[in-house]
Ligand binder design. Structure first.
Ligand SMILES: NC(=O)c1ccc[n+]([C@@H]2O[C@H](COP(=O)([O-])OP(=O)(O)OC[C@H]3O[C@@H](n4cnc5c(N)ncnc54)[C@H](OP(=O)(O)O)[C@@H]3O)[C@@H](O)[C@H]2O)c1
Length: 265
């Protein structure tokens, strides 16, 4: 058994998979969770680094699912929580199925902060621990044709800084990882492959994960991965919301995908 233990959610693919890989390489035993049985295959890959890995297939949109994950830690001291599970939902809000809308909110917000509360209480009692929450630069931008998702990330970006401040004298650090568009299954799952943002070039999830892990270990408040994304957030902070919403339409409106645009030119 390693002397360090981390919980990573959404570790079956994308950024979460890469975060778990970094943790495993850094010598953490792992408890990893995701919403499909793919998590078992991912766990095999993490074990190749010589650490102990438990994997749980669970819906973290439910309080019961989060309770099951927390119980699976069996009271072991959590040195790092990487609360990363989340998903998007494209198309116009009025066209979306409300059960799908609810699942985005319940995964990205409710399940995430419920897990953070449970783990952070234990961390505060022992006077130490590191928390990394995956927010997004989307939290700075009203997400036309991804309205609910961007709203959940605005919540997470804000929540993360508030909790960090509440815990500032506790030994527990809270860091918000804010990726830009990253090359994962995210856009396919959100049904956004017919959009510009869904088909544009994206950041490498392994690079994003490394930046996030390092920021967490340094105890930083937030980290935006990549200079283009840093620029985008700086510009967003001084741009009127209506302008940002119109810009987002150009990236996320169905039919804006590169191939279709190229065909029209
Ligand atoms: N990709 C981007 O451009 C981007 C940009 C900014 C922020 N983010 C954020 O980064 C995080 C990771 O996304 P990703 O891009 O790596 O996408 P991804 O490859 O689709 O990975 C999402 C992960 O979250 C898990 N997950 C989703 N809903 C869940 C639920 N209800 N219960 C348990 N696990 C659940 C998925 O599990 P299964 O595979 O088992 O379904 C998967 O492991 C998300 O919070 C996302 O919002 C992504």
């Amino acid at each position: 058994m390693a002397d360090k233990f981390a919980i990573v959610t959404g570790a079956s693919s994308g950024i979460g998979y890469e975060l778990a890989q970094v943790c495993a390489r850094e010598g953490y035993d792992l408890l990893v969770a995701a919403d499909t049985a793919d998590i078992d295959q991912a766990a095999e890959a993490f074990r190749t680094h010589g650490v102990a890995v438990d994997a749980l297939f669970v819906d973290l949109a439910t309080l019961n699912g989060v309770d099951r994950l927390f119980a699976a830690a069996q009271g072991r001291k959590v040195d790092a929580l990487l609360a990363n599970a989340g998903h998007g939902l494209g198309k116009g809000f009025l066209e979306q199925n409300f059960d799908d809308v609810r699942h985005v909110i319940d995964t990205n917000v409710t399940g995430t902060i419920y897990l953070v509360q449970k783990v952070a209480r234990d961390m505060r009692s022992r006077g130490g621990g590191r928390i990394l929450i995956t927010g997004s630069i989307a939290g700075f931008i009203p997400g036309t044709y991804q309205a609910v998702y961007n709203g959940t990330k605005a919540f997470i970006d804000s929540f993360s800084f508030a909790l960090r401040n509440e815990l500032k004298d506790s030994g527990v650090t809270v860091t918000c990882l804010m990726p830009g568009a990253t090359d994962t299954a995210f856009f396919e799952r959100a049904d956004m492959l017919d959009t510009k943002v869904g088909t544009d070039e994206k950041d490498d999830p392994a690079d994003v994960a490394r930046v996030g892990y390092d920021a967490m270990m340094r105890g930083e408040g937030d980290v935006v991965a990549g200079w283009k994304n840093k620029l985008q957030t700086a510009v967003a902070s001084v741009t009127p919301s209506a302008v940002l919403a119109e810009q987002h339409r150009k990236m996320a409106e169905p039919g804006t995908a590169k191939t279709r645009t190229a065909g029209r030119e």
